[in-house]
Design a binder for this molecule. Sequence first.
Ligand code: PMT
Length: 402
Amino acid sequence: MSDLSGKKIVLGISGGIAAYKTASLVRLLIKAGAEVQVIMTPASHQFVTSFTLSTLSKKPVYTDFFNSSQATSTWNNHVEMALWADLLLIAPATANTLSKMVSGAADNLLLAIYLSAKCPVYVAPAMDLDMYVHPSTLRNLKVLETYQNIVIPAEKGELASGLVGEGRMAEPENILAFLRQSLAETKPLKGKKILITAGPTYEAIDPVRFIGNHSSGKMGFDTALAAAQQGAAVILVSGPTQQHIEHPLVTTISVFSAQEMYEVCHSHFEDCDVFIGAAAVADYRPKTVATQKIKKSADDFVIELEKNPDILASLGAIKKQQFLIGFALETENEIENAQLKIRKKNLDLIVLNSLNDAGAGFGVPTNKVTFIDREFHIEPLELKSKEAVAMDIVNKIKEHYA
Ligand code: PMT
């Protein structure tokens, strides 16, 4: 799971020595979850092979307007490719390509795609020191910014000519970091801090046994990813799960018991904007935890339980600016019980899932939920993937801040 997941990127490569770095760049973009369509200018073939790039991107690489080698001539539709892209990245962008972008020339496929693009355009210039600091290059970069193109600054260092200075294309890792940062800045939940609980809690009986439940953590993890993809900084407090998340805006804190989850949530609650309680927190825990493994002896064995703190209710009691979203997992009188929880826990929204609905609740990759807000407006949704439910929850947060 990653922040560029599903992003369609057209990577335009023009003819400079830095083109050799695009093999790593393609790998990094794909690893970050993007789909990459490589377009090469004719000159760039001197520096990197289309075979390498098509192997890495798992797509044919295009250079020409026409595929004259095929029996039935076809053409590569620059308008379709431009509209397909969520983002056009031209790296390396040579002095020649920059100049043509400024003037509106369209004498190769990449330039025609550039002129047709409606998506954000990023350029990573690369050239020798004297070319980079030439007034015409500096002016061209400024003009491109007036076209709303985003320049990824060249880096300083040793250049292919042997000169040392500015002009090296930004390293692929830095280009990726730049894109991530830039995309996050334009996202609707940028600046928001969201605290999310996920998974089960385990309540220890002795060093080897515990009381737990069937929560896989998926609903909470999918919600964390969806929120981060919309630009929020997420703190994900998770009980023991097999789920994994990799996103620069998500910090995962692993806990075991309800008490630990309670403490971590309270230590991060004050300055958070939204709290989402997707965890299936154990309501009770053993009153005492045996320090050694309990031996099998009597036929009956009784464990005395005591109540765990209710994390959500305790946060509801102290909330100020926070938008509080709870879940309700019910087996009977679903709507009434969920409405009671809204009042008892001082929630803004509850996401009700019922174990009576096939494909909803624990363990499964899908969920069927009903949103109920503070005014008791009821919004039942159809069965869908947990990723899609997560996006619906994030849309509710976006509506709240709209
Ligand atoms: O993890 P998955 O396999 O993907 O399954 C997802 C899920 C079914 C666990 C999830 O969608 C869900 O419903 N989570 C809440 C389950 C639950 O504990 O419901 P509840 O009705 O008992 O609790 C109501 C709310 O209070 C929940 O937001 C819960 O996190 C919170 N709570 C409950 C008890 C407690 N001691 N502290 C709490 O914060």
